[in-house]
Design a protein around this ligand. Structure first.
Ligand code: IMP
Ligand code: MG
Length: 194
């Protein structure tokens, strides 16, 4: 069942923003492109925990080419509504990156700090190629000086929850994506684990 509104802490109202059906359709389009672009390659999809776990599992089941999977776990600390100021690694990769096609799978690129940090780490290890697939992209907020080839949805600089994205670690299990209604008293924070 899909609710139209989610009320958090009795005061913050999140409205339905991207439905389960819209997400599914867009993932299938992204996967079609990835299947074409990496035909005859065996890319490694690297999910960024925790936020990308649902997107990763849905995306990967639409991938029809041979592929491998690994995960990074990052932690970012920031003020309320500012998703990160400082990025640290909580779980490193288990795979060998050198010479491989690396595809990072992110839930959302917000400030761009996390993805820039990950890119630096990967590039140092001489992959054959580096790509990013992100379900959401807050384009106006993000400072990225490299292309994001695979973007699900460009969204405004608003706080969103659901489909893997949390608010103080909760609400990841919502099947759709919800956006904070600015007229409700929001103090949403992404502090802690991504
Ligand atoms: P960054 O600001 O691009 O480094 O984003 C860091 C991480 O913050 C993302 O991967 C998400 O896990 C989290 N994040 C950013 N924006 C939101 C949001 O609107 N809701 C929930 N988590 C978010
Ligand atoms: Mg994340």
């Amino acid at each position: 069942m899909q609710k139209d509104n989610i009320v958090v802490n009795n005061e913050e109202v999140f409205k339905i923003f991207i439905t389960e059906q819209e997400i599914r359709k867009r993932i299938s389009e992204l996967a079609d492109k990835l299947n074409r672009d990496f035909q005859d390659r065996v890319p490694i999809f690297i999910g960024i925990l925790n936020g990308s776990f649902i997107f990763m599992s849905d995306l990967i089941r639409e991938i029809t080419i041979d592929c491998e999977i690994d995960f990074f776990k990052l932690s970012s600390y920031g003020d309320a509504k500012i998703s990160s100021g400082n990025v640290t690694m909580l779980k490193d990769l288990n795979c060998e990156v050198k010479g491989r096609d690396i595809i990072i799978v992110e839930d959302v690129v917000d400030s761009g700090l996390s993805i820039a940090y990950i890119r630096d780490l990967i590039i140092q290890q001489n992959p054959r190629s580096f790509s990013v697939v992100t379900l959401l992209y807050k384009k106006a907020a993000a400072k990225v000086d490299f292309p994001l080839e695979y973007v699900g949805f460009e969204i405004p600089t608003e706080f969103v929850i659901g489909y893997g994205l949390d608010y103080a670690q909760k609400w990841r299990n919502l099947r759709s994506i919800y956006v904070l209604d600015p007229s409700s008293d929001g103090n949403a924070s992404t502090t802690g684990e991504d």
